[in-house]
Design a protein around this ligand. Structure first.
Ligand code: AMP
Length: 561
């Protein structure tokens, strides 16, 4: 091999940090807390990130150790996004919508040493959480409440107030030179299965993904943009948008936890947001709000671009926004791929009709991603726009394994002579122009308002209920949340009284194990659940039977066995 003679600059997030310091110290970060708007410039963020790094380092957290966050989208979370990976520790962002026991399970699985938590989240889970012994420090960030930290904290953990802690530290930190293959971040794909699957991003993968977000046919983030990631910063690094905005030198607008339409309108106006991203559920509410209130429309006139992903969108979604002068770009991705894989912005080969219909496809692979569809026998399907198969992806920013889960290797990854392919669990077609369209989901999960609900975990608890003989949980299309879970059950002793009693009981029963938003909307009683060839419940058949016009929740409903 003849080695190239180029500089060995590691692809680490320090490239992002240095670029912001060199070029964009005066760009803005606007956070909208419930209590009011907070404004900072990137120079403030960098100063505070250095203090934060000194605080973390000073408390004995070593390179490679995990630091967890339970936080909404705020300037403080952005400081953690910079300080934790750039100092060589690993940022583990935990889903703030999980139950206390799920959070504790993830803290233990990741072996987190420090937990940074927004006060508003701690107020919800603090009383119930049993922190695992690995967590030595708890740092509370006052987001909505005005009290100072100090109450209701577990024994055996050193508690700190964020502002006090960083205020005491120096604003100069000796940032280390990192190896580009060192771990930078950790995200779990689903915390409710009882089997967490952690995706451990490297500096290299996150830096390359950040650059990919700047491609013109990708997200096309630019210096002149004001970017509002309304997707949570605990969900796949807010789709990579905060790092991309920092790298591009764009301003950032962070909505904290408030993604209701009125709050978003206020932030868009305050920060003059030009591009924003969130799951379709958020934008559907936003759209209705704009249609109902002409003055709101005037307040969001700076908003021009919406890259939307997380769930499929339809033609009318795109057209309704186009009428308001807002260009929707469909995207697809997943936590395992950092998360961006497909964007729908290539246009030149399409005639007008193709252009119209193709925009609901999830799009073309962004440069650096290679995709293929594969049938049940592992054979590659043709790109004819009709043949469907499991979507598999190979990319420098796609996972090759899950963190400490060697048992998942054969189910989730395929290693051939040349490369590793990640099995996405999505079923897709690819047309001759290369446009990928997701047509089904093979993985047994429900996605509601952008967050996963594990059918398996719900089924397990339903099966533990003394009334239940068989249970299956499936997703039902929902106009607001895109999908909501519905439980299909067979009772041990099927009488009208037992059905009524179970209908009354199942929600409070499940509330002992799940967050409210994860509990099925309805229960459907069956004489017997349909089975596939292997004897397993045939969920495709169940889904076909659950059309919107069935009398869901009716105690009398029982399809013929
Ligand atoms: P997550 O890892 O939570 O970001 O979820 C990734 C999954 O969300 C994908 O594997 C798909 O099942 C689904 N998903 C993401 N984007 C889209 C989209 N544009 N259309 C349909 N499904 C999507």
């Amino acid at each position: 091999m003849l080695a190239g003679l180029m500089q060995q600059v590691p692809l680490s997030l320090n490239l992002v940090r240095e670029r912001v310091a060199d070029l964009f110290p005066g760009k803005h970060v606007t956070t909208r807390f419930k209590t009011g708007i907070h404004r900072a410039i990137y120079a403030d963020i960098l100063d505070r990130a250095a203090r934060l790094a000194n605080f973390i380092h000073g408390n004995g957290v070593e390179r490679g150790s995990r630091v967890a966050t339970l936080a909404w989208n705020s300037h403080r979370h952005l400081e953690l996004y910079l300080a934790v990976p750039c100092m060589g520790t690993v940022l583990h962002t935990i889903n703030a919508r999980m139950t206390a026991s799920d959070v504790a399970m993830l803290l233990a699985h990741a072996n987190d040493e420090m937990l940074f938590v927004d006060r508003s989240i701690w107020d919800v889970i603090g009383a119930d959480i049993n922190l695992p012994p690995c967590v030595r420090h708890l740092v509370v960030m006052e987001d909505e409440a005005s009290e100072v930290a100090g109450s209701n904290f577990p024994a055996g953990v050193v508690c700190h107030d964020y502002e006090d802690a960083i205020g005491r530290c120096a604003s100069v930190f000796a940032w280390p030179v990192l190896d580009e293959n060192e771990a930078a971040g950790l995200c779990y794909t689903s915390g409710t299965t009882g089997e967490p699957k952690g995706v451990l991003y490297s500096h290299r993968s996150t830096t390359l993904h950040t650059l990919a977000c700047l491609f013109a046919d990708g997200i096309a983030m630019r210096e002149r943009d004001v970017c509002m990631p309304a997707v949570p910063m605990f969900h796949a690094n807010a789709w990579g948008f905060p790092y991309a905005a920092l790298m591009a030198g764009a301003d950032l607008a962070l909505p904290c936890r408030q993604t209701d339409p009125a709050s978003l309108v206020e932030l868009i106006e305050a920060a003059q947001v030009t591009m924003a991203t969130a799951v379709p559920t958020v934008w559907l509410g936003f759209l209705s709000h704009l249609k109902a209130d002409a003055s709101a429309l005037g307040r969001v006139s700076s908003l021009k671009r919406l890259p939307v992903g997380g769930a499929a969108i339809g033609q009318s979604f795109i057209e309704e926004f186009a009428k308001l002068g807002i260009d929707v770009m469909h995207c697809w991705g997943m936590t395992e791929i950092s998360p961006l894989g497909l964007t729908n912005s290539a246009r030149s080969k399409l005639d007008a009709e193709e252009l119209r219909t193709s925009r609901t496809a999830q799009g073309l692979p962004i440069p650096g991603c290679r995709l293929r569809i594969v049938d049940d026998n592992g054979m590659r399907c043709p790109s004819d726009g009709r043949s469907s198969g499991e979507l598999q992806i190979s990319s420098p920013w796609a996972a090759a394994a899950y963190f400490n889960r060697a048992d998942t290797a054969s189910d989730s990854f395929i290693v051939d002579e040349e490369r590793t392919w990640l099995r996405t669990g999505d079923v897709a077609t690819i047309d001759p122009n290369g446009f990928v369209r997701i047509v089904d989901r093979a993985k047994d999960l429900i996605k509601s308002g952008g967050e996963w609900i594990s059918s398996q975990a719900l089924e397990l608890q339903l099966m533990n209920h003394p009334y239940i003989r068989e249970a299956a949980v499936i997703g039902r299309p929902d106009p607001k949340w895109q999908e909501r879970p519905v439980a299909c059950v067979v009772l041990q002793c099927d009488t009208p009284e037992a059905r009524v009693h179970f209908e009354e009981q199942f929600r409070p029963y499940l509330a002992r194990f799940f967050s409210k938003w994860q509990i099925p909307e309805d229960v459907l009683f069956w004489n017997e659940l349909p089975k596939g060839k292997t004897g397993k419940t045939d969920k495709i058949a169940l889904r076909k039977n659950i059309s919107a016009d069935l009398p869901l929740g009716s105690a009398n409903y029982a399809p013929p066995s």
